[in-house]
Write a protein that binds this ligand. Structure first.
Ligand SMILES: N[C@@H](CCC(=O)N[C@@H](CS)C(=O)NCC(=O)O)C(=O)O
Length: 204
């Protein structure tokens, strides 16, 4: 069995590096570097998958893209005891799925759009204000959720936490967590996990 994760520096694929560390699955981490001018992925990733983006997972003879799909694939293959994903009959299951996919959905996209607008020097465009308002709304939803639950899926740590981590680290970098004590406390708690530390040591 060969398991290979194609990771791009300073990117959301660190979510999958963390998940692999939590799963404790033996894997190879292949590092790719962004173009310093364009910030885009190198053409080498296009040889692996036609979208040429990261994360990309290779497992034996298959290649799979998309954070949510990669996560569900890894959990189905390597988490038979459901340590990192609640069973469908668990009351936490709907919330788990929601947050697992929010990481690339409505909760994540406004921040991403804001980042692109900033990089294009369009921070004064009306769309930038609209995206900032949407991003703030998403962070308030996260804050309310983490005020009521210790983890994203509910009572137990899960893969949804690994995926949402990138959003909270980005929010912290932008100074947003100063007004969001439950989100800040969650981040401090998960950072203490050995698998999170191993993810940092892997050179993300
Ligand atoms: N929806 C995809 C997004 C993948 C994506 O856009 N990855 C970024 C890393 S943050 C990337 O590869 N950017 C470089 C590029 O687009 O060339 C996922 O969930 O994996």
């Amino acid at each position: 069995m060969t398991l290979k994760l194609h990771h791009l520096n300073a990117s959301r694929s660190q979510r999958i590096v963390w998940l692999l560390e939590e799963l404790g699955v033996k894997h190879e981490l292949v590092h790719h570097s962004r173009d310093p001018e364009t910030n885009l992925a190198p053409p080498a990733l296009l040889n692996i998958h036609p979208m040429g983006k990261s994360p990309l997972l290779e497992h034996d003879n298959i290649v799979i893209a998309e954070t949510g799909a990669i996560s569900e694939y890894l959990l189905a293959k390597f988490d038979p005891d459901h340590k990192l994903h609640p069973k469908p009959e668990s009351p936490d299951f709907p919330r788990f799925l929601e947050w697992l996919h929010a990481t690339e959905g409505a909760v994540f996209l406004p921040g991403l759009m804001g980042f692109y607008l900033f990089r294009s020097q369009l921070q004064d465009h009306p769309l930038a204000a609209a995206m900032a308002a949407e991003r703030d709304k998403a962070m308030q939803v996260i804050e309310r959720h983490l005020s009521a639950h210790p983890y994203f899926a509910g009572e137990q740590f899960s893969a949804a936490d690994c995926l949402m981590g990138f959003q909270l680290v980005s929010a912290e970098l932008q100074g947003q967590l100063k007004q969001l004590p439950a989100a800040a406390a969650w981040l401090a708690k998960v950072r203490a996990r050995p698998a999170y530390q191993r993810m940092l040591q892997a050179g993300i």
